[in-house]
Design a protein around this ligand. Structure first.
Ligand SMILES: Cc1cc2nc3c(=O)[nH]c(=O)nc-3n(C[C@H](O)[C@H](O)[C@H](O)COP(=O)(O)OP(=O)(O)OC[C@H]3O[C@@H](n4cnc5c(N)ncnc54)[C@H](O)[C@@H]3O)c2cc1C
Length: 481
């Protein structure tokens, strides 16, 4: 009788899980295992991510229990844990799904070699990308640095497989002792997570509910509405994709079905744009894998000399940005949405990051670190790509002279100020002319609402025009060398 260890990591699902699928085909007994703290240095989840991990693990654990092979949770060095467990249950096979952060990939390859050296058979699979980073190359044989040719090549290949079914039963090994999800202490001790549960259902079922809602209610309006933070037109699948509650092959296959079942230009256009976003995620993983220094250093080395402000000088501005107290309503709305729900709309992520990096001249790494701790979808590939894109130093980045004007962005993408009203209640009653930029607002409107700037709501610490000019000069000096 063959016994296989199935090592779960960021593939917290039963359906379309190639490692689990393979194990069920080649072994009679399955031991699903999760190893606390398996992450390579630099990829450990932040506070919000740990909350998600807790709940997604609890959901997976219940589902595995129902199938007959409970999730065994252990703690320690993966090599020691897997070897000890293999010996304990007489396993001859270990399987897992690959991860692509460079440090994790290196650690996994070393681990596989060591396990094979100890006589185990090791099989690893792709569960979380359409195309693995080493599977596509430019015509000259190097990695892609530009999104459009990357996505053209990858999309032309189509999906690598149809989604795999979930097992209907599993034969486990009875009597194994492990930790409970609760023992891992993943939930915050200070209750800053109260706003997460009303919005999110981590785990496989929650992911499919999101996807179904998106196809039924949002897909047709996605192409036009995805930039509107006041509307619920994006999928909100990002944390589910990060933790592998669902995989991109499942998402794109469902999209194809929606296209076949629903008709109309809206759906076709929405599916086209949505698919492109999924391929931005693929691109981010490709770039991170081939440019492993990018989570901490600019991809374009010229930017290493960028004249950022010094920490002692920017500490106060950084704190105001983090707390949603900058005095610029769309920025504060976004930062408060992030703190409360663990997620921020993509358009607003671009606006708040541009403000931090360009208007405040604070290094993008500070923003990336805050996002890492507070985003439920914090993902080294996507977060790095997003921040370097905004800073102008990354792959296929926004040109350095593109400085988002938070006021015009706010007027354009939150035209009725519903998003601001929701997240910045202290100014919610201001009229349309004042609410996007109270410091330039109608004094009578402010007085009518008994709103004293600097007292009831902050004054911005920088002038938007001047700070934009300061950033452009700094970028020009850098370019001139
Ligand atoms: C500064 C900055 C930091 C970011 N940090 C992260 C992060 O840590 N984790 C993260 O998942 N996304 C990050 N993004 C990308 C994007 O904002 C989110 O993926 C998106 O807002 C998630 O919402 P959604 O699932 O409703 O997206 P949808 O619009 O429904 O898109 C579907 C999926 O496509 C992928 N996607 C969409 N936009 C992007 C993008 N620009 N880059 C890469 N993948 C994308 C996501 O997996 C997303 O779930 C960041 C963007 C910026 C500007």
């Amino acid at each position: 009788m063959t016994t296989a260890l199935v090592w779960f990591r960021r593939d917290l699902r039963l359906a379309d899980n190639p490692a689990l699928y393979d194990a069920v085909r080649q072994a009679q007994r399955i031991v699903p295992v999760y190893i606390d703290g398996f992450e390579a240095p630099g990829t450990e989840p932040g506070g919000a991510g740990r909350w998600w991990q807790h709940h997604a693990l609890a959901a997976l654990s219940a589902d595995l229990q129902a199938l007959g092979a409970p999730l065994l949770i252990r703690r320690g060095e993966p090599l020691a844990v897997l070897l000890e467990l293999a010996q304990q249950v007489g396993a001859t096979v270990a399987v897992w799904n690959r991860l692509y952060e460079p440090a994790q990939d290196r650690a996994d390859r070393r681990l596989a070699e060591a396990l094979i050296g100890d006589g185990l058979r090791v099989d690893t699979f792709n569960a979380s990308l359409v195309v693995e980073p080493w599977d596509v190359k430019t015509q000259t044989g190097g990695p892609y640095r530009v999104y459009t040719p990357f996505s053209r090549t990858v999309r032309a290949r189509g999906l690598p497989r149809a989604p795999l079914p979930a097992p209907t039963r599993l034969d486990g090994v009875p009597g194994l002792q492990g930790l409970s999800v609760e023992d891992l202490g993943l939930r915050p001790t200070i209750a800053w997570d109260a706003g997460f549960a009303p919005v999110w259902t981590p785990g496989e079922r929650g992911a499919h509910q999101r996807l179904e809602r998106f196809c039924a209610e949002a897909l047709a309006g996605y192409a036009d509405g995805r930039d509107r933070p006041d509307q619920l037109l994006t999928s909100m699948l990002s944390p589910h994709l990060h933790f592998g509650d669902i995989g991109p092959v499942q998402v794109l296959s469902r999209l194809q079905r929606a296209l076949a079942e629903q008709h109309g230009a809206g759906v076709a256009g929405g599916a086209e744009v949505f698919e492109r976003e999924i391929y931005w995620r693929e691109f981010a993983h490709h770039v991170l894998f081939h440019f492993p220094q990018t989570p901490v250093a600019p991809m374009d080395p010229r930017y290493a000399a960028f004249p950022w402000r010094e920490p002692a000088d920017y500490a106060d501005d950084l704190r105001r940005w983090q707390r949603g107290q900058t005095g610029v309503p769309i920025i504060d709305a976004g930062m408060r949405q992030l703190w409360t729900t663990g997620w921020m709309h993509n358009r607003v992520r671009m606006i708040v990051s541009s403000y931090l990096v360009k208007n405040l001249l604070i290094p993008w790494q500070e923003g990336a670190a805050w996002f890492w701790d507070t985003l439920l979808d914090a993902d080294q590939a996507n977060n790095t790509l997003g921040w370097q894109w905004i800073a102008g130093s990354g792959a296929d980045a926004a040109p350095y002279f593109r400085v988002f004007n938070p006021v015009t962005q706010s007027q354009k993408f939150d035209p009725d100020a519903l998003y601001i009203q929701r997240w910045v209640p202290e100014i919610a009653r201001l009229g349309k002319k004042s609410i996007h930029a109270p410091w330039m607002g109608d004094p009578a409107d402010l007085a009518r609402n008994r709103l004293q700037l600097g007292h009831d709501y902050p004054m911005p610490s920088v002038d938007l025009g001047e700070s934009r000019g300061r950033a452009l000069k700094a970028f020009e000096r850098l370019k001139a060398g």
